[in-house]
Ligand binder design. Structure first.
Ligand code: TRP
Length: 315
C-alpha cells in the first residue's frame, strides 16, 4: 500500500524558538525517521507576506529557514523540501478553493481575528484567505496528515471542509480528508512572563532560540524569573531535554540549575549550530537543494492541477 502523505510547513518569519522546535521540527524529524510516510516539508513564504515585512528581510528569512530545515536533519532523500512560492500551482488551487469557501468560514478563524488585532492597519485579503492557501498547500500534494501545533487545528479543519466542498460540488472523490497529526508536545512558557506561552511576539528575551550561542542561552536563562510558575517552566525545559542534562534540577539552587539547563541546551543543539553555520556560508549549495525540491514538488503539482482543472471544467 502507498504510504500516507504528510504535508507541513513553517513561515519564514525569523528565529525559531524552543517552542516552535518542539511543536514542529522535532515532530517532523520523528516522522521522517519512522519511514511510515511520504513527507513534504516546505517554507511557507506566501503565507508570511500577509504580515508587515521588507523584501530584503524576507529573502534572508527564507534562506535562514532553509538552512535550519537542513541543519536540523530534514533530509532531501527522505522528504521533499522546497519553497512554497516556487510552485505556482498552489496559488492556482487556492483560487479554485476560494470559489468554494464561504466567507463566513474565514471570518470565524481565530488566527485571522488575532492577527487583525495585531496589524489593524494591514488587514489584507491575504490575511483573510490564509487558511485557503494552507488547504491548497496540503491538498495539492494529496496530503492526508498534517503535523501541526494546536493553534493550526482550525486551519486543518478548513482543509478537510475544502476537500468536501470540492468533492461534493464536482461529484468527484478526488481530495482526501486531511487530519491533523497531533503529537503531544510540552507547552513552553515565556522566560520572563511564565503565565504566557513562549512566543516571538512577546520579544526576544522571552524565548530561547535554537541557534543561539551557549553564552546567549546562559544569559537569557540567568534572567528567567523564578516564581513558582517560572520554576515549573524551567523544570519542563529541563525534563524535555533531560538526556543532555549533566546535573540535577534543584529548586533551592536555581542559579546552578539554570547553568545546567543552559549547558544541556547548548549541547543538544551543538551539531545543529555547526551545520547551520556551514550551510549559511554555502548559499549556492542551499539554492541547489531547494531547486531540486521544487522540481520534485512541481512534478506532482503539475500533474494534479491538470486533473483538477479537468474536473472543474476549465480544460
Ligand atoms: N499556518 C502554518 C503555521 O503558521 C504554516 C503552514 C502553511 C502550514 N501552510 C501549511 C502548516 C500547510 C501545515 C500545512 O504554522
Amino acid at each position: 500500500m502507498a504510504k500516507p502523505i504528510i504535508v507541513s510547513g513553517m513561515q519564514p518569519t525569523g528565529k525559531i524558538h524552543l517552542g516552535n522546535y518542539l511543536g514542529a521540527l522535532n515532530n517532523w524529524l520523528s516522522i521522517q525517521k519512522s519511514d511510515k510516510y511520504e513527507s513534504i516539508f516546505f517554507i511557507a513564504d506566501y503565507h508570511s507576506i500577509t504580515e508587515n515585512y521588507s523584501a530584503e528581510e524576507k529573502r534572508q528569512q527564507v534562506f535562514d529557514l532553509a538552512c535550519t530545515y537542513l541543519a536540523i536533519g530534514l533530509n532531501t532523500e527522505k522528504s521533499i523540501i522546497f519553497v512554497q512560492s516556487a510552485v505556482p500551482e498552489c496559488t492556482e488551487l487556492t483560487w479554485i478553493f476560494n470559489t468554494l469557501t464561504p466567507i463566513a468560514e474565514l471570518q470565524r478563524m481565530t488566527q485571522f481575528k488575532d492577527k487583525s488585532e495585531r496589524q489593524e492597519k494591514n488587514i489584507n485579503m491575504g490575511l483573510f484567505d490564509y487558511p485557503v492557501l494552507q488547504a491548497a498547500d496540503i491538498l495539492l500534494y494529496d496530503g492526508s496528515l498534517v503535523p501541526v501545533g494546536e493553534d493550526q487545528i482550525q486551519h486543518v479543519e478548513l482543509t478537510r471542509d475544502a476537500a468536501r466542498w470540492f468533492n461534493n460540488k464536482y461529484k468527484a472523490n478526488y481530495f482526501p480528508e486531511a487530519k491533523p497529526l497531533l503529537t503531544s508536545c510540552p507547552r513552553l512558557m515565556s522566560l520572563l512572563e511564565p503565565a504566557k506561552k513562549m512566543s516571538k511576539s512577546l520579544g526576544e528575551k522571552h524565548c530561547l532560540n535554537i541557534d543561539e550561542e551557549p553564552e546567549e542561552i546562559a544569559k537569557k536563562l540567568a534572567k528567567a524569573v523564578t516564581t513558582p510558575e517560572g520554576v515549573a517552566n524551567l523544570k519542563l525545559i529541563y525534563d524535555t531535554f533531560k538526556e543532555q542534562m549533566t546535573g540535577d534540577f534543584d529548586e533551592n539552587k536555581m542559579g546552578e540549575t539554570k547553568k545546567i539547563i543552559a549547558e544541556g541546551l547548548a549541547k543538544h543543539f551543538a551539531d545543529f549550530r555547526k551545520r547551520k553555520k556551514e550551510l549559511l556560508s554555502q548559499p549556492e549549495e542551499v539554492a541547489k537543494i531547494l531547486e531540486a525540491g521544487r522540481a520534485r514538488a512541481s512534478v506532482i503539482a503539475q500533474k494534479r492541477i491538470v486533473e483538477i482543472k479537468k474536473i472543474i471544467g476549465v480544460i
